[in-house]
Design a protein around this ligand. Sequence first.
Ligand code: NBG
Length: 868
Amino acid sequence: MTSIIDPSTIGKPKHAARRRHVRTLTGYTPEVDEKGVEKWPRGEEKVWKDGLRGVDKDIPDITKSFVHHVQTSLARQAYNLDEAGAYQAAALSARDNLLVNWNETQLHFNAKPTKRAYYLSLEFLMGRTLDNALLNLGLKDKYTDGINKLGFGLEDLLEQERDAALGNGGLGRLAACYLDSSASQELPVWGYGLRYQYGIFQQLIGPDGSQLEAPDPWLQHDNPWEIPRADVTYEIRFYGHSERVDGMKAVWSGGQEVLAMAYDVMIPGYDTKNTNNLRLWESKPKRGFDLNSFNAGDYERAVESSNSAAAITSVLYPNDHTTFGKELRLKQQYFWTAASLSDILRRFKNLGKPIGEFPEYVSIQLNDTHPTLAIPELMRILVDEEDLSWDSAWDIVTRTFFFTNHTVLPEALEKWPVTLMQQLLPRHMQIIFDINMIFLQAVEKKFPGDRDKLARMSLIEEGFPQNVRMANLACIGSRKVNGVAELHSELLKATIMKDFVEFFGTDKFFNVTNGITPRRWLDQCNPRLSQLISETLKLPKASFLKDLSQLEGLLKHVDEPGLIKKWAAVKQSNKERLAHYVETTTGHQINTQAMFDVQIKRLHEYKRQTLNILGVIYRYLKIKAMTPAERKKVNPKVVFFAGKAAPGYYIAKLTIRLIVNVARIINVDPDTKDLLSLFFLPDYSVSLAEILIPASDISQHISTAGTEASGTSNMKFCLNGGLLVGTVDGANIEIAEEVGEQNVFFFGHLTPAVEDLRYQHMYHPVPIEQKCPELANVINEVSSGRFGDGGVYEPLLNTIRQNDYYLLTEDFDSYIKALKLVDEAYQDRTEWIKKSIRTTAKMGKFSSDRAIQDYAQECWNIESNKLP
Ligand code: NBG
């Protein structure tokens, strides 16, 4: 039976006119007449131009726009406007301004064939937007005044915004900093990610001190910062079968098709009109629901396939540093890379250039292995759809992609079962096998007979099941591979990429030390410090916020008593701001004269929050044993922790439970509470970091040597004048190189010793009582139930007693010594403040502006392009 209905028209409007030359899609540029003069596309040019708005300049423009949004967008009035509504109105008015610049930027970059770079990241941890938007637009002061006139306070409205928390930790926040820096430096860079309905879970602490997780419905209230693009959609296929047609070519058909719809997020540059784009994809069913099933009364069945399509982008995977062999995650990765590549290709094709020139106009950065499927996907498009030969396609691919690795931890290197890949992405599995065969033949040619090498370098890990090694694929499919700090890049070359370095040579491998945006991590989170720096350097803020190396000018003023006093006052006010936060959220009062010691990051054994909490217990026991006279000499300290544990990470969750329960005991102990208190602040987020970081005197970055690729909060603390206690690991090393080792408190074993120590633990263990009696004592106290729930912590304590993979027993003593040095140094407050000023002064290197320049020059080969 033949159908008279063409299925592809179902659900589409009848006689849909072909898309005319409209600007709803980025990628359309004005036509020109025979003389090369731009033609106005439709209607009367003047009428159009009179209707266009510009960026608000004055307070009356701002207040008018605010009131307009209250009245129309929100359908409210002055009588019934609460702070949440006022935030919405302020955000919508800021958005209007951003859009003016965004439109201009897109038109500008489309008007000439410019090379662009694309940052593919499964995570963008953006935090809040309004404050950043106003800062970058240069409208913060005017908004402050305007909003005052309307009877609100800007500060209060900023507090109303929910964090966009589409990321887990450092990798996602780095992506957000990089977008800010790209836009600020007028570079044509777009981000591509997923628009998760639920971001990283909300962390709650249960009655027994354990972490509980709740969903984060961040889109519950309207999100003013995105533009839904119902007209930018792509069809994405899963499953089905792939049939070879000739040689390397194949046809992939059948299976399930879902729709990717774009949402655009404006990324304003600082002190420039340039406003880049972050495009996030949402999954949707291709066709509403199955009406036949519905009519037959089977409602479940009717919505089944639409639900499964929508599920693809519903949640962010809350794991950090673990591979997670879940089909849905692989689906997310393909859905996102396929949609992004289609979009990139469409934009490239608008240029009218031959496909062979693709790498001359497009560079794609793979943020970790998550987007690696883009490599076989581009091969599929070029070979199957564009009819290119395999070799030409591979040449294009390997000139387009660049790969950043963010960890050498083996458990974090992604692998996918071949069987799963074969089922979900049959054509890609073929392509991966083909890439592998050709590659391994080349390896064999270069290193004849080295079968172990072939096995190590293969894209397929043999075993049950066979796995696809995504890091190997990312490496061979990319033009360059980089690590994120000097030590990490070296380790990469010496460990997981060793064979590849021997094969490709060292030129392919390089380093880009991470960076942070000084706009958010200095000016926004610490406006008083930014102001003080500006006064001291006699420079406008824009000057050092755009060129962070100018902070070095502070060195000249280090000894000025006036500056020292003011610097101390800024720190004090930031500590009070944090104390206020703690008091309003937990009800606890904090002694702001005490030293503030902070460790905030994802909970992970390698980051060693356990070392920190055991150190706190050690300190508590020491103080407890002192006479009142001895106690008088103790440096009072408040210790803060914050961070989330992956929901399935049992040991990390036990560490949280221990911290919370230790806090419950020591914070009420009359003998010690004035000298030592401890807080685990729940639900760590970008916004909480913005309060914690400026308030810290000292922060802890104490990973086992060789495990933390870089770290980026270390840079944020230092930029805000906090000192570091840390191991010789990741970017700590480069920070110390910049600020001088006398301004950093280092401890612990070095990377080259780690392997040996682990070997000793395994084969020649020494009892902990013998090796590290102080630590043994602390562990026994916990075990005996001094902090409640004795037995509960055994699995955590056993990781130290047995095997001690992360070397707590090796580093505990030197850790305690380092903390002692910190206490001593803090006694001389003037000298401490000088260290703080020197530290801030030397943070120029760690600006994400520098890091992005490294990428732009080493990889992407793109240039700044100022808007007229
Ligand atoms: C993390 C590293 C950090 C590093 C960030 C950003 C992953 C896989 N890696 O040390 O652990 O700072 O990436 O590069 O999240």
